[in-house]
Design a protein around this ligand. Structure first.
Ligand code: PRT
Ligand code: ZN
Length: 225
């Protein structure tokens, strides 16, 4: 069982955010051995426990107050927020800081030969995505009706496989789109990693530790700018 007196930080176990998250915590002076395949790692020099999980679980762990802090992509955070709101919940958390890694954009992309003249072209078509709520918010604002095809991976192959007319997926260099015969036509959300804190009362010692970490993070990021 996790010790409530210790600060609990959730980070991605393995993936695009894990190396940068680990490096940031290390630069903050947190001594931690993350080499083992354990779910929880204990800091040696500070009262901090690191929970290593799938990135998709991090917003919920913070919103449910299971962990104190989380390092997460804004895309995943915002999608979870919209999902919970659509289920009638009123999730809360604090964004402590936008971080300087994990940058990407959530974009609409169509096959290269699609005669795209504007977002109206997507009216009544089917769009494959792992971000149905961010996509719906964007297209609702534009008054566009669409059918979704929910895929949690390999979104970029959906048009070729005949599963959808277009996709809405994360892009960084654009190489994946190009390799799959797709072109980016609209950016619907720009994302970076961020540090979030659970809502609600925080023990004084823990809050003091959070403030100290935040000052260090500020320094680390400023030094890199
Ligand atoms: O296992 P787990 O669930 O934890 O990880 P995951 O596979 O769901 O996520 P992961 O590690 O791929 O990404 C974690 C986070 O990194 C994302 O939620 C974003 O906030 C951020 N990020 C930054 C990206 C990218 N850049 C990115 N390029 N996430 C995914 N991609 C993928 C994209 O989905 C597409 O398949 O990379 C491909 C496109 O890249 P380019 O360079 O070819 O355009
Ligand atoms: Zn994930």
């Amino acid at each position: 069982m996790l010790d409530k007196a210790r600060l609990r930080i959730a980070m991605q176990k393995s993936g695009r955010l894990s190396d940068d998250s680990r490096a940031l915590l290390a630069r903050c002076g947190i001594k931690i051995n993350l080499n083992q395949q354990r779910l929880i790692a204990y800091a040696e020099n500070m009262p901090i426990d690191i929970l290593r999980v799938r990135d998709d679980d991090i917003p919920g762990l913070v919103m449910d107050g299971v962990v104190d802090l989380g390092i997460i992509g804004e895309n995943v955070l915002e999608e979870e927020l919209l999902k919970r709101r659509s289920q009638g919940e009123n999730p809360n958390y604090l964004t402590l800081r936008r971080l300087d890694f994990g940058g990407c954009r959530l974009s609409l992309a169509t096959p290269v030969d699609f005669d795209y003249q504007g977002v109206e072209c997507l009216n009544n078509t089917r769009i494959a995505t792992s971000y149905p709520n961010l996509l719906k918010r964007y297209l609702d604002q534009k008054g566009i009706k669409f059918k979704s095809c929910l895929l949690n991976g390999s979104v970029e192959v959906a048009p070729r496989a005949g599963l959808a007319d277009s996709i809405c997926d994360l892009v960084s260099t654009g190489a994946t789109l190009e390799a799959n015969g797709l072109k980016e036509v609209e950016v619907i959300y720009r994302s970076k990693a961020c540090l979030i804190q659970r809502d609600g009362d925080m023990e004084t010692d823990k809050q003091a530790l959070i403030d100290r970490l935040l000052t260090r993070i500020q320094g680390v990021i400023q030094a890199r700018e």
